[in-house]
Each structure stands twice: as structure tokens, then as C-alpha cells.
Design a protein around this ligand. Structure first.
Ligand SMILES: Cc1cc2nc3c(=O)[nH]c(=O)nc-3n(C[C@H](O)[C@H](O)[C@H](O)COP(=O)(O)OP(=O)(O)OC[C@H]3O[C@@H](n4cnc5c(N)ncnc54)[C@H](O)[C@@H]3O)c2cc1C
Length: 301
């Protein structure tokens, strides 16, 4: 059945549709079983794909650069739509930058720098897409997407395009209205300020240096695994609970940065989930705080 659907979707999208694609090839955790169908369309073909999914009751999920997801070992039954390289145009107009959702945050931040625009320095080392970044309201070093977003476009489940103002997006710590409404972000406009190119570069270099010093970037991970609990830091609670280096199967609490769960030896998503549960239990027992994952789960666990 999926072979037939793949043929139809290839025709609708003008691009190759892969069956049984292993999701560990598309996640920074390097974890995840096969999805039934995988597509990486361009912007113009996406509405037709969504409309087809609705008409044929085909379940779908959207991913960007896979840097904040944990995909089940069983994969995903349905279509995975990657908003990636086919979807990555960036246009600069005065102090505004328009980015298609698949553009990497690093490349949008670079475009800002090249045009002496300040505001996106915080995003230069976040390894996701602009769409994933807006969906998560990604942030670092005191900046977040909320501070710089001007407008966005997204598709609803009929494949209809909607326009969003910052108020409509309801952005807060790792939260957006796009999550609540199951929308696919296609494009966004950032409003920045004129800045000094050397200062912009210096800030980006500083943030990226701090990442290299503090984060276990030599192991696959999804960044900070847990959300920051109010008035505290997940990494500090985990370290204070004595859990640095705690291991389940191939998954480990990074001793370099306890907020990171790292894949040290062919971890499965089950290893990661079991490690997550242990950490939650211990931290809750010791400090009465239940850590919540920031990482988004995809598939059946
Ligand atoms: C080493 C490392 C460091 C990190 N540092 C930071 C950091 O400093 N700050 C921070 O906030 N995050 C950080 N992250 C996490 C991650 O990079 C961000 O959350 C990023 O914004 C996710 O983007 P993505 O394209 O990879 O999204 P994905 O991981 O592919 O998806 C994340 C969620 O967004 C949804 N999504 C993705 N694209 C779209 C779209 N176009 N429309 C609708 N929904 C979409 C997915 O369905 C999923 O629910 C880090 C991750 C790693 C691995």
C-alpha cells in the first residue's frame, strides 16, 4: 500500500518519496526506526501534499533538521515531511530577513551578519532550521525567536496558508501556537536592527566558543534534553542529584553538561526514554521537581 502512495506522492510533489527510510539518518541523536514514507518537498508542492494526506487519511509529521526530536525505535507509521534543503531561500530587504522554514538558523544568522544586522547572534550556533526554531521558540544566551520575529506563514491541515503576527504566535519558553494548532511553518520574516559587523561577529564567536567549551558536541544528542524548570536549571539539578555520567544502554547523562543526554554507543530510543525516567525519578525524589522533556517525541513509545 505504501508503494502506491509513494508513487502518487512523487507525482504530486515532483520529488522522490522514499519508503522505509531510517529516521536515525535524520536526527541529531542518530536514533529512530523506519518511517513508512519520507519526503523532502519544496515550498510550492507542500500544500498539495498536505491536501492529499487529508483526503487519504494518511498520518504525517513534519521535521526540520531533526535536532530536537527523539524518534521511536519503531519509527513512524505514515509520512515524514522534511522541511529542509529544498526549502531554504533567504532574502534580505533593509532590516528585514525573509527565510523559508528549511533554512538553517546558522545560515539566517550568517545572512544577518553579512548585512550588518544585529539580533540573531544568539541563533548562530543552534543546529536547527528556522521553522523548527520558531516552532520551539528556540533561544540561547538571552535571546529567543520571540525577540526578532515579525511575521510568519503556515499551512493548516487542509493545506491552506495562514498569516501570523507575533501576537498570533503566542511565543513563550519553548512554546508556540504552532504546537497547539498543528500547523506547518513555511516562511518567516525577522525584523532586526542595523549593527556593527565586528561586534556581531564577536558575539557569535563568543557564543559558539562557549558552546564548544560547555557542551558535549562530539556526541550525538538533541541539545538540552529537559526544559528549564522555573527558577532553576535542569543540568544543575541533575548534577546535584549525582547523576553525571549515569548510563542506560548506549545513552548517558553527559558529565560535561548534565542537561544533555548523549548517544555514546548506539543508543536506542528505549535506552534514552529509560534514562530520562531514571533522571526524572531521582531529581523528583531529591528536590521535588519533575523535569519535563524539551525534546519532542515522534512515533509510538
Ligand atoms: C548540540 C545542540 C545544541 C542545541 N542548542 C540549543 C539552544 O541553544 N537553544 C535551543 O532553543 N535549542 C537548542 N537545541 C535544540 C534544537 O536545535 C532547536 O530546538 C531547534 O530549533 C530545532 O529545530 P529543527 O529544525 O532541528 O527541528 P526538529 O528537531 O526537526 O523538530 C522539532 C519540533 O519542531 C517541529 N517542526 C520542525 N520544523 C517545523 C515546521 N517547519 N513547521 C512546524 N513544525 C516544525 C517538529 O515537528 C518537532 O516537533 C540544540 C540541539 C543540539 C543538538
Amino acid at each position: 500500500m505504501y508503494e502506491d502512495l509513494a508513487d502518487i506522492l512523487s507525482e504530486i510533489s515532483g520529488t522522490k518519496v522514499i519508503t522505509n527510510e531510517l529516521m536515525n539518518r535524520h536526527t541529531s541523536f542518530r536514533v529512530g526506526g523506519p518511517c513508512s514514507l519520507f519526503i523532502s518537498p519544496d515550498k510550492n508542492h507542500l500544500p498539495g501534499i498536505i491536501a492529499f494526506c487529508k483526503k487519504s487519511a494518511l498520518p504525517y509529521v513534519v521535521i526540520g533538521r531533526g535536532s530536537n526530536i527523539l524518534v521511536s525505535d519503531n519509527g513512524f507509521e505514515g509520512l515524514v515531511i522534511e522541511i529542509g534543503d529544498a526549502f531554504n531561500k533567504i532574502t534580505v530587504n533593509g532590516d528585514m530577513i525573509t527565510a523559508e522554514a528549511g533554512a538553517s538558523l546558522a545560515s539566517v544568522a550568517r545572512a544577518a551578519y553579512e548585512n550588518s544586522l544585529t539580533g540573531l547572534e544568539f541563533a548562530s550556533g543552534i543546529p536547527g532550521s528556522a521553522g523548527g526554531g520558531l516552532y520551539m521558540n528556540a533561544g540561547a544566551y538571552g535571546g529567543e525567536m520571540k525577540d526578532v520575529i515579525y511575521s510568519a506563514r503556515a499551512l493548516d491541515s487542509d493545506g491552506k496558508e495562514l498569516e501570523f503576527t507575533p501576537d498570533d504566535m503566542d511565543l513563550s519558553y519553548r512554546h508556540s501556537a504552532f504546537m497547539e494548532k498543528n500547523l506547518i511553518i513555511t516562511e518567516m520574516v525577522f525584523k532586526l536592527n542595523a549593527g556593527n559587523k565586528d561586534e556581531i561577529k564577536a558575539a557569535m564567536d563568543d557564543y559558539n566558543g562557549r558552546r564548544r567549551d560547555k557542551q558535549p558536541l562530539n556526541y550525538p544528542s538533541a541539545g538540552s534534553f529537559f526544559k528549564r524548570p522555573e527558577g532553576n536549571y535542569a543540568g544543575k539539578l541533575i548534577e546535584d542529584a549525582g547523576l553525571a555520567g549515569l548510563r542506560v544502554g548506549g545513552a548517558e547523562v553527559s558529565a560535561k553538561h548534565c542537561g544533555f543526554v548523549i548517544n555514546v554507543d548506539n543508543a536506542t530510543s528505549e535506552d534514552i526514554i529509560n534514562l530520562m525516567k531514571k533522571v526524572q525519578e531521582e531529581v523528583n525524589d531529591k528536590f521535588g521537581i519533575m523535569l519535563e522533556p524539551e525534546v519532542r517525541m515522534l512515533g509510538k513509545f
